[in-house]
Design a protein around this ligand. Structure first.
Ligand code: NAD
Length: 329
């Protein structure tokens, strides 16, 4: 199975909440969280949880439609007012995530720092590949992948300077497995996983933790395709706790992970590689040789499959075949 439940992480959360019946102790007091697309759906749930647990929150939202048309201040303003009514510190930012520097600037101006970034803003332009236009491709790529990049590009120097940063980026099951009619969205979402994995490596020695979630939630984005009882079972409130846990200062080791979450279920995803077949090539390799070993190449059940987690580990198998070549030639 490619998915395994992160029981250790869940137990940590359960224990810490149980040990303090007076209230939560995975607190975020003094921390500043920037949540993009926080005027609705998942982003709003994150903003509420961070605020409830003591963080100051930048509520970014362009106030656009699910397909990225139009703009407005209302979405962000409503959530800022909700948070302030709870006694939390919150400010609005109405820029597109494509202007990530302005979003981060709002955090610096209002609160003097940025500790947590949740890249969540998103739109859809679903069409079959043959029908989708360049504009559908470009806008979806820009909001998801470039938007995530621009926000992090602006936050990163602050993270490095303070030797502290917590990031959760948003992919989708579609980014992992693909989906009909979502070439633009699935490729942008897959790009976000790769960006996260690299930044997890670059951030590690500066206590910058970067993870990615693939949520399933009943929101504006999914309400049009889901029946009402499914929308209810997939409350955004069930996605926010694992996101908050990954962003807590006590998480100093769980980085570069991809988690599928929804309806209160949380699981970690990893990549599996078959044991493969190393040809004794003797200077040449033919398509016929490859065809003759295809079942070995694609066999995950012979006890030799592994779960590489680094590019170096990935290359070791290739390197392992150097000897095979030498032996046979
Ligand atoms: P939503 O449509 O309810 O909310 C998205 C918010 O992002 C909106 O308020 C919108 O105004 C804002 N936004 C859009 N473009 C923006 C931009 N350029 N700059 C700033 N804000 C912008 O969507 P949601 O369901 O809460 O989705 C949140 C994230 O989760 C998205 O990245 C989405 O792709 C991802 N996701 C959601 C699901 C799901 O089941 N809902 C599944 C997989 C992935």
């Amino acid at each position: 199975s490619i998915a395994e439940v992160d029981w250790v992480g869940l137990l940590d959360v359960a224990k810490s909440l149980k040990s303090n019946p007076e209230g939560p102790n995975l607190r975020f007091d003094g921390k500043v969280a920037v949540v993009t697309g926080a005027g609705a759906g998942l982003g709003r749930a994150y903003a509420h949880l961070f605020a409830k647990y003591g963080a100051s929150v930048v509520v970014n939202d362009l106030g656009t439609s699910h397909s990225g048309t139009g703009t407005g201040h209302n979405a962000a303003d409503v959530v800022v007012n909700e948070l302030r009514a709870l006694g939390a510190k919150a400010v609005a930012n109405y820029d597109s995530v494509e202007d990530g520097d302005k979003v981060i600037e709002t955090a610096i101006k209002a609160f003097g720092r940025v500790d947590i970034v949740i890249n969540n803003a998103g739109i859809l332009r679903d069409k079959s590949f043959v029908r989708a236009t360049d504009a559908d491709w470009d806008l979806v790529q820009r909001v998801h992948l470039r938007g995530t990049y621009k926000i992090l590009k602006a936050a990163w120097p602050h993270f490095l300077k303070q030797k502290y940063g917590r990031v959760v980026n948003t992919t989708s099951a579609v980014g992992l497995y693909g989906n009909f009619g979502q070439a633009n969205y699935s490729s942008a979402k897959a790009g976000i996983i790769a960006l996260s994995n690299t930044l997890a490596l670059e951030g590690r020695k500066s206590n910058i933790i970067v993870n990615t979630i693939a949520p399933n939630a009943g929101t504006r984005m999914t309400a049009t395709v889901m029946p009402p009882e499914m929308v209810e079972a997939l409350k955004p409130d069930y996605i926010a706790p694992p996101v908050a846990y990954l962003c807590h200062e006590s998480n100093t080791s769980h980085t570069g992970g991809v988690y599928e979450v929804g309806s209160g279920w949380v699981a970690k995803v990893r990549q599996q590689r078959s044991g493969g077949y190393g040809f004794p090539v003797n200077g040449k390799l033919t398509p016929e040789q490859v065809a003759s070993k295809w079942s070995e190449i694609t066999n995950f059940d012979d006890g030799r499959a592994t779960y590489p987690t680094t590019t170096g580990e990935s290359f070791m198998a290739v390197q392992g075949n150097f000897e095979n070549v030498a032996k046979e030639s």
